[in-house]
Design a protein around this ligand. Structure first.
Ligand SMILES: [Ca+2]
Ligand SMILES: [Ca+2]
Ligand SMILES: [Ca+2]
Length: 181
């Protein structure tokens, strides 16, 4: 019995993979409210192509702060139980600016290509976590349901609480207010 419990605890620790927090937790990074998962597109057929000419899923981050932020060492994930799934390389998001990451599971294509894709059929989750030395604290997250082709989902206005669908996605730019789905 004791051994069973011990194995159970070990398997939980392995599953969590060092996360000290999850979206339901209390601890938050000081960057929460400054950096945002601002928009994403989980079914990209014809909106925008990556450097290889492929129409891939993408995630847009937004820096609402007044200073540039180096994202190097922070993490993006599509699974809240694996907060350290993909480490962001040294790359700066300017104050008031946006940065686009390709969620194509093709990391050899460049530093802004993650090791996961987004699931448009069943929905999924997205998390942005702070550096390991900061305790892997949550910066921002979103859980989403089924997504429509070429329709993005994001904040409007940028970084504010409300989420909506955008029939005209705005990768790397401010979200446009026109509602559509
Ligand atoms: Ca690609
Ligand atoms: Ca995924
Ligand atoms: Ca945008």
């Amino acid at each position: 019995m004791c051994r069973t419990i011990r194995l159970f605890v070990i398997s939980i620790l392995i599953t969590v993979g060092g996360c000290r927090d999850n979206p339901a937790g209390a601890e938050e990074s000081p960057l929460k409210g400054i950096l945002f998962i601002n928009e994403f597109l989980a079914s990209n057929r014809s909106v925008n192509a990556d450097e290889q000419g492929d129409y891939e899923d993408w995630i847009e981050l937004y820096n609402a702060g007044e200073i540039d932020v180096n994202l190097g060492g922070m993490y993006l994930t599509d699974n809240f139980t694996q907060c350290a799934r993909w480490i962001i390389p040294d790359t700066v998001i300017p104050a008031g600016g946006f940065l686009l990451f390709w969620a194509d599971n093709e990391v050899t294509e460049g530093p802004l290509h993650t090791n996961f894709k987004l699931n448009a059929s069943n929905g999924e989750e997205l998390g942005l976590y702070d550096r390991e030395v900061q305790g892997l604290l949550l910066i921002d997250s979103i859980s989403f349901n089924t997504q429509q082709r070429d329709t993005s989902y994001g904040h409007y206005p940028d970084g504010k609480n409300s989420w909506q669908f955008f029939s005209t996605p705005t990768p790397g730019k401010a979200n446009k207010g026109r509602r559509g789905r």
